[in-house]
Design a protein around this ligand. Structure first.
Ligand code: CA
Length: 226
C-alpha cells in the first residue's frame, strides 16, 4: 500500500506542527497549507487521500472549502472544529464532512480519526449491487437511487443506509450501527448516529416525500421499512 497523502489546512503553527509530527511519525505524508487559496491550488495540482481542515483561516472559512469538496466528489474531509454547536451543520446536509474533531484534541485522537477515514475510503466494497424495493445501489461507485432519484449521500449516510438495507425490517441498535459504519475503535457516540440518521432521512424524504423509510424505535434503534 502506498503512503497515504494528507493535506493539512491549518494556520496555527503550534497545532500544525504537532499534527504533522504525529502523522509523519505514523508513516503518513503530510502537505501543509496555511491558507485556503493555497489548499485549493494543492488539491487541483495533486488531490490528496484526505484533507484535515481548520475552520478559521486567514483568507476565509474552511467550511466553504468543505462544501466545495463535497460538491466536487468524495475526497474524505475531517474538520477541526472550535465550535461544538456547529457539529450538526458540519456533518449534515449542507457541508457533509466525513468526520470532525473539536479543539482542543489530542494528536493521538486525531491520528485515530484520520486512520479510520483512510481505512473506510480504501475499503473495497465487497458487496454485490444491492437492489431492494425502491432502492438501487451501485456498491462500487457508492451511488444510490430511490425511485430512480439519485441520492447525494455522504460516506456515513451511505454506510447507514446499506447496513439498514442488509437487515431490513429488523431493528439495528445505535451500537450496531456505530460498529458497522464507524468501526469498533471509533469513539463516536449515539449522537453521531442520530445526526447522520437525521440527514439521511431528510435526503430520502426529498426523493420520496410521501414515505418515511427509516423507522425510529424509541430506546432501541432504527430499522428500514421497504
Ligand atoms: Ca485557525
Amino acid at each position: 500500500m502506498s503512503t497515504a497523502r494528507i493535506l493539512l489546512v491549518e494556520d496555527d503553527p503550534a497545532i500544525a506542527r504537532s499534527i504533522i509530527y504525529t502523522l509523519e511519525r505514523d508513516g503518513l505524508s503530510v502537505t501543509h497549507s496555511l491558507l485556503l487559496g493555497d489548499a485549493r491550488a494543492q488539491i487541483s495540482r495533486q488531490p490528496p487521500d484526505a484533507v484535515i481542515l481548520d475552520v478559521g483561516l486567514p483568507d476565509g472559512n474552511g467550511l466553504d472549502l468543505c462544501r466545495e469538496l463535497r460538491a466536487a466528489g468524495s475526497l474524505p474531509v475531517l474538520v477541526l472544529s472550535a465550535q461544538g454547536e456547529e457539529i450538526d451543520r458540519v456533518l449534515g446536509l449542507e457541508l457533509g464532512a466525513d468526520d470532525y474533531v473539536s479543539k482542543p484534541f489530542s494528536p493521538r485522537e486525531l491520528l485515530a480519526r484520520v486512520r479510520g477515514l483512510l481505512r473506510r475510503a480504501r475499503m473495497p466494497m465487497a458487496m454485490p449491487a444491492l437492489a431492494s424495493g425502491p432502492f438501487e445501489i451501485d456498491a462500487e461507485g457508492q451511488r444510490v437511487s430511490l425511485h430512480s432519484f439519485p441520492l447525494d449521500l455522504t460516506r456515513r449516510e451511505f454506510g447507514l443506509l446499506t447496513e439498514l438495507l442488509r437487515h431490513r425490517g429488523r431493528i439495528r441498535s445505535r451500537d450496531d450501527l456505530l460498529g458497522a459504519v464507524w468501526g469498533a475503535d471509533s469513539d463516536s457516540t449515539d449522537r453521531t448516529v442520530d445526526t447522520h440518521i437525521k440527514t439521511l432521512r431528510a435526503k430520502l424524504q426529498e426523493a420520496a416525500p410521501e414515505h418515511d423509510y427509516i423507522v425510529t424505535h424509541r430506546g432501541m434503534g432504527y430499522s428500514l421499512k421497504v
